[in-house]
Design a protein around this ligand. Structure first.
Ligand code: C2O
Ligand code: CU
Ligand code: CU
Length: 480
């Protein structure tokens, strides 16, 4: 079966809001798509691996003419692609060379919060360094690193503080899938920006409490990029890194593609599509088969009607033996004790009135708790009306969940793997199955970044029964 629609409720597309800005087709010349280099470890032993990630200011040539002032990780914009093998003890030195406080949030990594996880309680002050270490025990997946200081997450991400983090494991490595980085396996980081005078960004001018939209589409920081295809089958690691925009993606010729992975793992089985919608912070790994094309052909990736990048078909010189397996991952769904109450999570409001669980976020208030290891349903609802609502992408730190149902119906076919972000339609309740493996403090929020900064966020403490609970040093506005 080939799915030909976006699944999501069209009434909830972000075009419903009065401040919506459509993407405009870039008029600047085509340029090669940036494919960030891989972050090299500083050193590595049999058991341990060491990295340095530096948040820095810079200037990037994005449009012809003046360079754009941007921020990035070890780079002037976005960052080098990070690859973390599971099982190794990973050490990261975090450096802040920005003029303001920042944090380094590992979105999708199952690491302990609130310090290693890098939410708002893990500030690195300008000019300072900090060290974290962790060992990953989670499935191979495409994740990301982004800034998460409160309440400036949206502005820092907009300036460029976001990069891809790939987790690798032995199971994924045993499958017949493309995985030569930069050749048949590339990041596709989707963002939108508006360029003002002298090609500069101006977050404050473009501010909208329902999310900042840009009119120019960028992929990996490139406007009107092209990628030279030399392998018949390409693996595209899509990441919606936009502050607010949903991407409704499709290729020229309605080219069919296969989704093999979502946010937190491979899918149990590949799913065939001609269209895919990604809400903010969601990831999807696709395998696109270009073998029916010949050198000189071009395949265009669109969001709605706007072309966002081009695949230029070259000689297929890359000799590849890829056959996407019919079974990708076995997922055991843990049983839920019928005595365990269902947690209700409520996302409400629009603009300045957004709230989580009927409250605005407060950094020094812990809103909920859950035992480590307990398997619990969470019913996450979006109270917006069906006529004038928005899809709120719900995200929780510190674990990956399974999507059980949408208003009592089956989840979408590409939601069968582990996820950490799920789009909740207006007037919908999405049931997810949540289990935390690590004690800590974790934020959960809408991933429209301005909704998050605006207070549609809360935090949950997880604990091991019978063990003393640590005292968490929490940030407050006056410590900023
Ligand atoms: Cu990607 Cu709390 O965020
Ligand atoms: Cu996160
Ligand atoms: Cu929202």
């Amino acid at each position: 079966e080939v799915y030909k629609d976006y699944f999501f409720d069209a009434n909830g597309y972000d075009i419903q809001d009065g401040g919506y800005k459509e993407l405009e087709e870039p008029k600047t010349p085509a340029v090669p798509l940036a494919v960030p280099e891989l972050l090299k470890p500083d050193r590595e032993t049999q058991t341990d691996i060491y990295y340095t990630v530096c948040a820095q200011t810079g200037e990037t040539e994005i449009l012809p003419g003046e360079k754009t002032k941007t921020w990035g990780y070890n780079r002037s914009i976005l960052g080098q692609t990070v690859v973390f093998p599971v099982g190794k003890h990973i050490h990261v030195t975090l450096q802040n060379r920005l003029p303001e406080i920042t944090t380094f949030h590992w979105h999708g990594l199952n690491v302990s919060g609130p310090y290693v996880d890098g939410g708002c309680h893990a500030p690195v002050y300008p000019g300072e360094d900090s060290e974290i270490d962790f060992t990953l025990n989670q499935p191979a997946s495409t994740n990301w690193l982004h800034a998460h200081p409160c309440p400036a997450t949206a502005e820092q991400v907009y300036k460029g503080l976001a990069t891809m983090v790939v987790v690798t494991d032995q199971h994924e490595a045993s499958l017949s899938l493309p995985r030569t980085y930069g050749v048949d396996d590339i990041p596709v980081i989707l963002q939108d920006r508006t360029f003002h005078e002298n090609n500069q960004l101006d977050y404050r001018t473009d501010y909208d409490p329902d999310g900042v939209l840009g009119v120019t589409p960028l992929v990996n920081g490139t406007v009107n990029g092209y990628f030279d295809v030399t392998a018949k089958k390409m693996r595209l690691r899509l990441l919606n890194g936009a502050n607010r925009r949903e991407w409704r993606l499709h290729f020229s010729d309605d080219l069919e593609f296969v989704q093999i992975a979502g946010d937190g793992s491979l899918l149990p089985k590949p799913v065939h599509f001609t269209k895919l919608m990604l809400t903010c912070a969601e990831r999807a790994e696709l395998v696109v088969d270009f073998s029916k094309y010949k050198p000189g052909d071009e395949v265009i990736l669109y969001s709605d009607q706007t072309p966002i990048m081009t695949f230029r078909i070259k000689e297929f010189t890359n000799d590849q033996h890829v056959e996407v397996p019919d079974e990708l991952l076995k997922i055991e769904v843990p049983a839920v004790d019928p005595e365990t109450p269902v947690r209700k999570v409520v996302m409400s409001g629009m603009d300045e009135s957004v709230m989580m669980d009927h409250k605005k976020f407060k950094m020094d208030r812990i809103d909920a708790e859950q035992e480590v290891g307990l398997v619990q349903y969470w019913d996450v609802s979006n109270t917006n009306g069906r006529k004038m609502g928005m899809v709120h992408p719900f995200h929780c730190h510190g674990m990956s969940f399974l999507v059980i149902s949408r208003n009592g119906h089956d989840p979408y076919p590409n939601e069968r793997g582990f996820k950490d972000t799920v789009g909740v339609n207006p007037s919908e309740t999405v049931r997810i199955l949540v289990r935390f493996d690590l004690a800590g403090l974790y934020m959960y929020h809408c991933h429209i970044l301005e909704h998050e900064d605006g207070g549609m966020m809360a935090q949950i403490e997880t604990f091991i029964p019978g063990k003393p609970r640590p005292h968490y040093e929490l940030m407050t506005m006056d410590k900023l």
